[in-house]
Design a protein around this ligand. Sequence first.
Ligand code: ADP
Ligand code: ZN
Length: 539
Amino acid sequence: PISSAPSDQPTPLDVLGQVFGYSDFRGPQQAIVEHVIAGGDALVLMPTGGGKSLCYQIPAIARQNAGHGVTIVISPLIALMHDQVGALTEAGVSAAFLNSTQTFEESSALEKQLLRNELTLLYAAPERINTPRMRSLLASLHERGLLSLFAIDEAHCVSQWGHDFRPEYRSLSLLHETFPDVPRMALTATADALTRQDMIERLKLEDARLFLSSFDRPNIRYTIVEKTDATRQLLRFIQTEHHGEAGIVYCQSRKRVEEIAGMLDDAGIKAMAYHAGLDAKLRQQRQDRFLREDGCVMVATIAFGMGIDKPDVRFVAHLDMPKNIEGYYQETGRAGRDGLPADAWMVYGLQDVVNQRRMIDTSEVASEEFKQVMRGKLDALLTLAEGTRCRRVSLLGYFGEASEPCGNCDNCLTPPAVWDATEAARKMLSCIYRVQQASGISFGAGHIMDILRGKPTEKVVQYGHDQLSTFGIGADLAEPQWRGVLRQLIASNLVRVNAEAFNTLQLMPDARQVLKGEVSVLLRQQAASSKAERTRRGS
Ligand code: ADP
Ligand code: ZN
């Protein structure tokens, strides 16, 4: 049912020009805007910087003009809501922001304004929606025909499979349950197939039209290198490629964030630490400085970044591996919003794989089903990291998008050498098997590598493992190579690190085929990553 606006109403394109000062819609914006103005539900997947805000702001204006009342925008990002309300007000659009710091009087004034139909957009955090006061306000507006549209931003937060689950998003089911006739749109910049499906169910968007933009960020160059000495690698990366430029460095722990910030600072790089353990005022100060001052490097946990709209972030570095591809994509997406060349650079190693697996396996709150899904998501990231094909092809493929090799990632620029590791893989797998068989218990990576390399350590001798047929069969490879083999065996799900049993190594069912010589194993040449780095530095 297209409820066409009276002909004296401005068209969406007029609104785009008059209110926002832009001459053309970008990508799918126009189709989205028209669909939503006409009262359709929509699910919008668009990469960061793609222009999601206009997709609900323009329908809000058009529908208000057509007499439908106010659009409610739900977002978890207080700062972003604040900025948008400011910008809209400046552009002459009546917008307001409901927040917990307002006094009773302020909220009452806002409510009166709403009931008089004087607002076009109302921004609110998800936890506000389910309060009795808000529910009755929404009901009153609805009765008067003044509820025009619900726009749910960062909609992946509703899914526990997403990378940023927020329980308060669950209460948004109230919207479709109580007001099924009010159009809804959900927007996000990261959702894989599973998260997408969950969003559709939770927000009841089965009949919504899906607007799927390309997730490609062509100006971002992806590089994933083996972690040898993370600190030194990072310093070299910044000094040789991004000296004096703004960037974000992600680390897993607060302690590490502090260490790395200190190290960069000592090296004369303007670096600041940011994590949830710092007090709110200090965090705000540092964030402001990062946004305002040129060339600052923010060293942070994932607590930093959501809603940060800084166009000239020239690099995002990961010193520790994220949990999954959605997180990696979201975090790297903060680089190069201005469209100019930017780097997404990550170092990762065996320890990252072990740590991430352990966090999943030892979680006491997660169900077995949940853990299984998380392991699958982690595996997909490992496959990306270990892979030899174009990073962009792998990344986009994960989000269901087909593409051609990009020419702008490490694997395209310096194709990694592969070596036939079938024999090495068999040696390692059979060593794990023999040890387990001989002793009745499993052992960790260090011990297995000692046996392979023929090192008669105290522990090796104590267990009689120097008597095994596999003792010393891998003396031809050095320890870093064995680590590479092991990491890739873990990434390919042939070996599992059992976090519940002292990180011991266990064979997975598929290992049989490799042991029997039925499949061959091609691995990334370890030296290739550091060589690629040297080439890139142009030495
Ligand atoms: P997202 O929320 O998808 O990350 P935003 O809505 O913040 O993206 O938009 C990113 C930037 O692009 C903003 O500065 C916005 O003003 C600009 N933008 C959006 N749409 C257009 C357009 N049609 N023409 C020009 N600039 C646009
Ligand atoms: Zn590529």
